[in-house]
Design a protein around this ligand. Structure first.
Ligand code: GLP
Length: 241
């Protein structure tokens, strides 16, 4: 696990955006694993600027997003499908059919999760995965629990996550109680992982992920065992390392 500390979120955006650009230039038909939340936004902005300048062409890229709220369809402005289109896909040139986001409204959730897992495999696996981290140490929506859930699955959100994410909804009551999420195993299969953590609220989770025991109570701690993971922090998030 390599930890890099930057001055601010924009510097991190440029650094991770550069990793993404290199990946796409080296392997134009690569598979990118993408995340939502505020953490990846500066990275997406930088990726868009490289597209607008004609430096990076994303037309052969395939993407898989980490997770989605159960019950929200594409039109809901808090669905992760909507977020990704607003913050990245509408501004670059990945064809829609190469974009994959789990459905939050599938009738058969189990079948949806199995099909998603199979589709990642069929695409050759994820070359580069970006992650954020929850205040409670979650990655994607793999919440703290007593085991590491391996495959893509439906998950009940914890109070801590509902509390952290209520800022995007009218009230805490409007935050969906369930999500579908790639599992720890699905994420672990990515060849290269970059994780971004900014702000003081992430300092405990970052310290537990990097220096704590490998424990499903801090799902991100499993990344200590991955062979190619880089943590990009600002000074506030790195304060307890
Ligand atoms: C959500 C997402 C995670 C994300 C986390 C942190 O719950 N499911 O993938 O990493 O929140 O979000 P933020 O980057 O806004 O702090």
């Amino acid at each position: 696990m390599v930890v890099k500390v930057y001055k601010n979120a924009d510097e991190i955006g440029k650094a991770i955006g550069t990793v993404f650009a290199s990946q796409v230039i080296e392997k134009p038909d690569c598979v990118l694993g993408l995340a939502t939340g505020s953490s990846p936004i500066p990275t997406y902005k930088y990726m868009i600027s490289l597209y607008e300048e004609g430096i990076v062409d994303y037309s052969k890229v395939t993407t898989f997003n980490l997770d989605e709220y159960v019950g929200l369809n594409h039109d809901h402005d808090q669905s992760y499908w909507y977020f990704m289109h607003e913050n990245l896909f509408n501004s670059i040139n990945i064809p829609e059919e190469q974009i994959n986001v789990l459905s939050g409204t599938a009738e058969d959730v189990e079948a949806e999760c199995e099909a998603y897992e199979a589709k990642i495999e069929a695409a050759g696996g994820i070359d580069l995965q970006i992650l954020g981290i929850g205040n409670n140490g979650h990655i994607a929506f793999n919440e703290p629990t007593t085991y590491f859930p391996m495959a893509t699955h439906k998950v009940a959100l914890t109070e801590s996550t509902i509390e952290a994410n209520k800022r995007f909804f009218a009230s805490a009551d409007d935050v969906p109680r369930y999500a579908v999420s790639m599992g720890i195993g699905s994420i672990f299969k990515a060849k290269n992982i970059v994780l971004v953590a900014t702000g003081a609220a992430k300092a405990d989770a970052v310290a537990a992920m990097v220096n704590g025991p490998i424990d499903p109570n801090c799902p991100a701690s499993i990344l200590q065992l991955h062979s190619h993971v880089t943590i990009f922090c600002d000074e506030a998030a790195a304060a307890k390392l």
